[in-house]
Design a binder for this molecule. Structure first.
Ligand code: GRF
Length: 369
């Protein structure tokens, strides 16, 4: 059979929406990756379609699936996913979009109803998407997930016990950062030089334009962005959940906080207990929290340094895995001292991570000893 399928354009969908409106009917909009179609998807789509008179599915392009879910996804290319999706009876049109969020598409299409699957609440929707929906006057409907069905679950099942899976035997890291990203760069360099036997499966930042993300992108790593919410130290509940989902999907062994400026809480803290490390610019337990180099200077310390430690609910309070010292010099500013500390961080962090695997510590679900 000739391959003559083509997804709809945004203009096609907008026309469909306008025609429906003239007839007093409603267009339903939903979006997602729909990589490996399962009964949960089909049931969800049927329910979503019943909210209106026609439905458009906005499908994440291959590039945006990689950004959202990591380098191993999608399993099926966007053209195939679109073709399969358009064959479902609940789906009237499929449009492929290239961004991580569907905001621009919502603004262009102005659907009457927006359906979202999952355990979201209206409050936990992405802020920009929600603002676009509200300004288009779109009705937001959250539909429950079909229990027990998920693409990630299926993939994990298929890969379980497959020792020839790509990267097997390597520590799968998620590196989280908000700033310049020099520790991420040090991890990447250590992996490249084989002094750290690991792979960075995902990087994740709460700062869309950070140096950290730029370093990840330059290295060809998935540079995920999570909108943390308004408080620069707190992560919203939606963001805590989103991070957890990213870690689960990427089957992460160890979470590395490399200058991540917001506080991780549940569900990540419990699910990854004993498997989250942080690098902090002081000799803990001295100078926990922000501005540690300045505090060391203010206290007249003669030496400072860095600490790699496990992350628990107590800020900078988990078990210490390694430390390195540097002198505090006369005339040091917070910047000069911090720069000297970072030189040590760049050696200590990859070293501790590598020791982790060399000592044969079980990482999957176990607390490191
Ligand atoms: C490091 O000094 C680390 O100790 C602290 O944040 C800084 C991150 O630096 N938690 P960078 O973004 O890795 O350059």
């Amino acid at each position: 059979m000739p391959d003559d399928y083509n997804p709809a354009t945004v203009a096609d969908v907008r026309r469909l929406r306008d025609t429906l409106e003239q007839q007093g009917k409603k267009l339903v909009f939903t979006n997602g990756c729909f990589d490996l179609l399962h009964a949960g998807h089909v049931r969800y789509l049927e329910q979503a379609r019943a909210l209106g008179d026609a439905m458009v599915v906005a499908l994440n392009s291959d590039q945006s699936v990689r950004q959202l879910k990591g380098p191993d996804r999608p399993l099926n290319p966007e053209h195939d996913r679109a073709e399969v999706m358009s064959a479902l009876r609940a789906v009237d049109a499929v449009v492929v979009f290239d961004d991580e969020r569907a905001t621009a598409l919502i603004e262009a299409i102005r659907p009457h109803v927006y359906a979202k699957g999952g355990d979201y609440t209206v409050e936990s929707l992405n802020r920009e998407e929600r603002a676009a929906l509200e300004s288009a006057g779109t009705q937001i409907c959250i539909l429950p997930l079909v229990p027990g069905r998920s693409t990630t679950k299926t993939i994990n099942k298929m890969q379980a016990g497959d020792s020839s899976a790509p990267g097997s035997g390597l520590l799968r890291l998620a590196v989280l950062g908000s700033g310049a990203g020099s520790n991420l760069r040090a991890i990447i360099a250590a992996i490249q030089s084989n002094t750290l036997r690991a792979e960075v499966a995902i990087t994740l930042s709460d700062q869309a334009d950070s140096g950290f993300r730029e370093i990840a992108r330059t290295a060809g790593l998935p540079a995920l962005f999570v909108d943390g919410g308004d408080n620069p130290r707190r992560l919203s509940d939606a963001a805590q959940k989103e991070i957890f989902e990213h870690l689960e999907r990427a089957r992460i062994d160890v979470v590395v906080l490399a200058g991540f400026m917001r506080i991780l809480k549940e569900p990540v803290i419990s699910a990854y207990a004993g498997r989250i490390v942080n690098v902090h610019p002081s000799l803990l337990p001295k100078f926990k929290g922000a501005n540690a180099p300045q505090l060391a200077i203010d206290e007249g310390e003669l030496e400072s340094g860095c600490t790699v430690h496990l992350v628990t609910a107590e800020i900078d309070g988990g078990r210490i895995l390694g430390q390195a010292k540097v002198p505090v010099k006369l005339g040091d500013t917070a910047e000069t001292l911090h720069a000297r500390i970072k030189v040590e961080e760049h050696k200590l962090l990859p070293h501790v991570l590598n020791e982790w695997r060399e000592r044969g510590l079980s990482v999957r679900g176990a607390v490191a000893s």
